[in-house]
Design a protein around this ligand. Structure first.
Ligand code: AMP
Length: 222
């Protein structure tokens, strides 16, 4: 199965992606995760994208197309994939459709999750991520205190190297969140409508619990 998951930042794409990957046995490709790992490792790619990412802007289409072309040619994606964070622009959407056409593949379902802007700002301001398993959590659900270990994989804080188990993303400040929402509306929504010309697309209501949204997605994927 090949799935694309889209939606504004903080709508629950990452959380829902983990569930879909578990249910469908496909490989999760998160372009944001790939870029964040590159930044953490200090690679050439990481150095190129760090400033743009921290400001909540988009990395260039050329760079992203190159990255995704390479990723989709790797062995672990042969049995299916879930694209999370790509495409982000009309050009990337057209580029993906062309790339898949060339290798005679199709996207089985494009999922577009939505939620009101105020809900997104509220969720993102408290979002924290595990440094090891990348699971995403919210401080509200954790008593508003950052735990010293990850409740999902057990990764513990490394005090001697000042490395907390869970971290807040550099682009999760209120100002940057509002900018990223604007970028989503202007640049990424048009990408969804381009994909709709090629593949089945379902709009999913992102309000409610993780389980409720997950059920809506599972029903669509059935
Ligand atoms: P995400 O983790 O999907 O929210 O992505 C975090 C940031 O990575 C975005 O705000 C962009 O700066 C960058 N990024 C991720 N995927 C893409 C993409 N397909 N095109 C351009 N920039 C991207």
């Amino acid at each position: 199965m090949r799935i694309v998951i889209m939606g504004p930042p903080g709508v629950g794409k990452g959380t829902q992606s983990h569930q879909i990957v578990r249910d469908k046995g496909v490989t999760h490709i998160s372009t944001g995760d790939i870029l964040r790992i590159a930044i953490r490792r200090g690679t050439e790619l990481g150095k190129k994208v760090q400033k743009v990412m921290n400001a909540g802007d988009l990395v260039s289409d050329e760079l992203m197309m190159e990255l995704i072309k390479h990723r989709l040619s790797e062995d672990d994606v042969k049995t299916g994939w879930l694209l999370d964070g790509f495409p982000r622009t009309a050009m990337q959407a057209a580029g993906l459709a062309e790339l898949l056409d060339d290798i005679d593949q199709k996207v089985d379902m494009v999922l577009v999750i939505s939620a009101p802007a105020e809900e997104i700002v509220r969720r993102l301001a408290g979002r924290i991520t595990c440094r090891v398993c990348n699971e995403v959590m919210n401080l509200v659900g954790l008593g508003n205190e950052t735990p010293k270990f990850c409740p999902f994989c057990g990764n513990a804080e490394d005090e001697s190297r000042h490395k907390p188990a869970l971290y807040q993303r550099a682009d999760d400040t209120e100002e940057t969140i509002r900018h990223r929402l604007e970028v989503f509306r202007k640049k990424t929504l048009p990408a969804a409508w381009i994909l709709e010309e090629h593949y089945p697309l379902a709009e999913i209501d992102g309000m409610g619990t993780v389980e409720e949204v997950g059920k809506r997605i599972a029903d669509v994927l059935e």
